[in-house]
Design a protein around this ligand. Sequence first.
Ligand code: GLU
Length: 510
Amino acid sequence: MMKQVRTRFAPSPTGPLHIGGIRTALYAYLFAKKHQGDFLLRIEDTDQNRTVQGAEEYIIETLIWCGIIPDEGVGFGGKYGPYRQSDRKAIYREYTQKLIENGSAYYGFDTDEELAVWRANSAEKNNGISDAYNFSTRSTMRNSLTLSKNEVADLLSNNVPYVVRLKVDDGEDLIFEDTIRGQVAFKKSQLDDRILLKSDGMPTYHLANVVDDYLMKISHVIRGEEWLASTPHHILLYRAFGWEDEMPSFSHLPLILKPDGKGKLSKRDGDRLGFPVFGLAWTDPESKETSLGYREKGFEPQAFINFLAMLGWNDGTEKEIFSDEELIHSFSLERVHKAGAKFNYDKAIWYNQQFLKNVNLTYLASFFESYVSKNSLNLSNTFIQKYCEIFRERISFIHDLEKIGSYLYSDIESFDVDSLKKKWSLKSLDFVNDYISKIETTEFESIKLEELFKELLNKYEMGMGQMMPVFRIALTGIMQGPSVFDSMLLLGKEESIKRLTNLEVLTRDF
Ligand code: GLU
């Protein structure tokens, strides 16, 4: 039986959440939900120098906007807390002590200066590559493995600063199975005696991350590819603690790549190419510069999530549009791609368009209704419904509804006279006048209005391509838009007649 699935998103609050981070959270969430498991938010703020004010709240707000709601975590409660690492210092000290006691870790008393000199000297001898602090070099350094027991006790009682290092012994390669990449191997000689506890008493990422994953009963670690190289040390830590049976599985997600060229998508690419890389707007606390997010651009969270889910995963078919429930149902780590996913902003917009095409009409209508009342426009409910229905196919963002058909509820600002002139002929005015006089006795419905139009095309022996643009420009000012007859319906009989009559004035100088 599979153990209770528990995944976590463990960001460091060093700034705004990049879409790569949101995707990591999303995959961890989808996986947990698919297996009726729990999804946690843990804030990894052990590097206090890099903690940015407001970042934690921002991360939480982003997850909420995206609908990636943690079951437990900072801001969400839960019985495995505290979920903020800076509130767990005592726990890390306690677990460090266990490793020292069982011989898996040791004290390092080398000062920063000593280490710098040592590194520089070894680099000089070794073509610029400095030695690593590891099984082959540690015996030449000042640590609890080289100093006598008494010396160590003295140093500790005199509060001489120290770090605690993991003792990584030489031996066989370290091999593990990554769900996405398959077998991954590291040579022991590549692995240094990684610092676990820093001289300021704070744990490093490695120690805190492993201790917390263990104590919070994480079953699957799902994180960005940049952490792959840290995994061997994490596995060694599980072994050192004797927690191998509880070790989670590891899945390292591929990068999100620049749309043009190679490399990881960065904020600079977004600035350069004109798209957001954050979920929500972020104001840099230092420069005070604000970057817009997907939310402020007008993206619907479900569309954004659907887009992000497909950036590095598919369900094995051509299917692209997924509801939140379908994503949960279909998601699997096995289908996450190995290769990086090229970012494509147009595709993000496409997802938003698809969402708006398919969403319940009342969602669009209630948005437009609030715009209508804010601007004291006098429009009926029937108008609002029909308006949203005919324009939903033509918008990229819901706020496009505000202006896209404004010619149907306010005056036309300008007419495309050049196009009108190209289509205008001697018979046009007769056609229009005939149409106007017949409207009076025609039922005012799209189909009837269209039938009448076609009847007159026959009568005057004119083509659709000749007269349709004339009607369009008279009624809406422009050449493109939804059905002319639907537009007439929204304008109403009186206004339609008025606008068609106005053609005489518009074309006077032709
Ligand atoms: N704190 C790490 C980060 O900021 C977490 C990596 C992990 O998930 O293990 O991404």
